[in-house]
Write a protein that binds this ligand. Structure first.
Ligand SMILES: *Cc1c(COP(=O)(O)O)cnc(C)c1O
Length: 387
């Protein structure tokens, strides 16, 4: 017997216990679970590209060419032409000098932050930064400071403190462009100005923006023309790119540093060539006319849901992301709503502590370009009836 029964039943009592749910088949936004068809409102495959014929064909072709796995870490013999091709393409797409692939976005964050800063340096994070960014900051051994979400006045205060306390240290600001659990935007213009004023470094995680935000889906930093100011553009292949893996874009020096220092890059097997090839195919679609059509469908789905769920008289904020939080607060009630939706054939898991703050439990609705008006209508009606 392992001594964890009490801990687990405590989680159950607090409505914080989590369980896996197995999906048996995927058809567009419909998944099959225990022989039932359920509309998935929780996937980050915003443009449906994981299902796109040319993305799937590229993965299959790469398996035939290189095999199912990459066989070694990148520095040993795991770097294939599928990896380097994607790195060149994503660097160009993000207007950066170079790019580097990691096994996952999580690994990219942890390896990168711990390469950039260490003891004697300071990391300043937005309060709502993703767990992988926090873990990277903790692992680095740098001094950690957190500013309230998007509160640039408090960030400025921390920057002044950091410059005074660690005059010779590096200072790294970490934020997201589209926040993963709230769907709102980081204040990149203000952050870029502050980073210049205090000679800090700026890392922006574009996990939920890449492919979706900006005229060509290039993400918020590139769309705002801030690629010179954002020293480290981070992203993942696992969301709108429909594949799996993580990446960092930036200067030649940054990428050389990571190849030599990022432990999650050095000591981990390269992601499968098929993932890189699939992401390359997705990256061809994203800035194309077809990509524009997918993004505009996504946009109208988001607007539709926002209109249905925003209380009358309140303006939906602009611009909008595909993530729409329905904050319920109480953990047990959130689970209850999620269960009611599931019984109505809609999948929207309850997001609870520690993913979000205690008492800020929510459904995180993730829309995608292939949801139908009827599906969104059923979702909205079920939520409104519960409220
Ligand atoms: C999903 C996510 C990651 C991690 O990316 P993976 O490729 O899934 O490991 C990093 N940052 C944010 C904000 C995310 O939402």
């Amino acid at each position: 017997m392992l001594p964890y029964d009490e801990l687990l039943s405590d989680l159950q009592q607090k409505s914080l216990y989590r369980e896996l749910r197995t999906i048996e088949e995927v058809q567009g936004p419909i998944v099959r679970i225990r022989d039932r068809s359920i509309v998935n409102f929780s996937s980050n495959d915003y443009l449906g590209l994981s299902q796109h014929p040319s993305v799937k064909a590229a993965a299959k072709a790469a398996i035939d060419e290189f095999g199912a796995g990459s066989g070694a870490s990148r520095l040993i013999s795991g770097t294939s032409s599928a990896h380097t091709k994607f790195e060149e393409e994503i660097a160009a797409f993000k207007s950066a000098e170079r790019a580097l692939l990691f096994g996952t976005g999580y690994a990219a964050a942890v390896g990168t932050i711990s390469s950039l800063v260490g003891p004697g340096d300071v990391v300043i994070l937005d309060k709502l930064a993703h767990a992988c960014l926090i873990d990277g900051a903790k692992l680095s051994g740098a001094f950690l400071r957190v500013f309230p979400h998007n509160n640039t006045a408090k960030l400025k205060h921390h920057l002044a403190w950091a410059r005074q306390t660690y005059p010779h240290g590096k200072v790294l600001i970490v934020t997201e462009s589209v926040f993963s659990m709230d769907g709102d935007f980081g204040k990149l213009v203000e952050l870029a100005a502050l980073k210049a004023e205090y000679q800090a470094l700026l890392l922006v995680d574009e996990a939920h923006a890449t492919g979706v935000i900006g005229p060509h889906g290039e993400g918020l930093a590139a769309a705002l023309g801030l690629t010179q100011e954002v020293d480290i553009q981070m992203g993942t292949l696992s969301k709108a790119l429909g594949a799996s893996g993580g990446f960092i874009c930036g200067s030649k020096t940054l990428i050389r540093l990571l190849v030599n220092r990022a432990r999650s890059f050095i000591y981990s097997t390269a992601l499968p060539p098929s993932s890189a090839a699939a992401a390359s195919a997705a990256l061809k679609i994203i800035p194309s006319k077809q990509g524009d059509i997918l993004r505009s469908r996504l946009q109208s789905n988001v607007l539709d849901l926002v209109r249905r769920l925003t209380p009358a008289g309140r303006q939906a904020s602009d611009p909008i992301s595909p993530i729409f939080p329905v904050v319920i607060g109480d953990e047990q009630r959130t689970l209850q709503l999620s269960e009611i939706l599931y019984q109505s054939g809609l999948l929207a898991p309850a997001i609870r502590y520690p993913t979000v703050a205690r008492g800020a439990a929510r459904l995180r609705i993730a829309l995608n370009s292939s949801h139908s008006v009827e599906q969104i209508q059923t979702l909205a009606q079920t939520i409104i009836a519960f409220r």
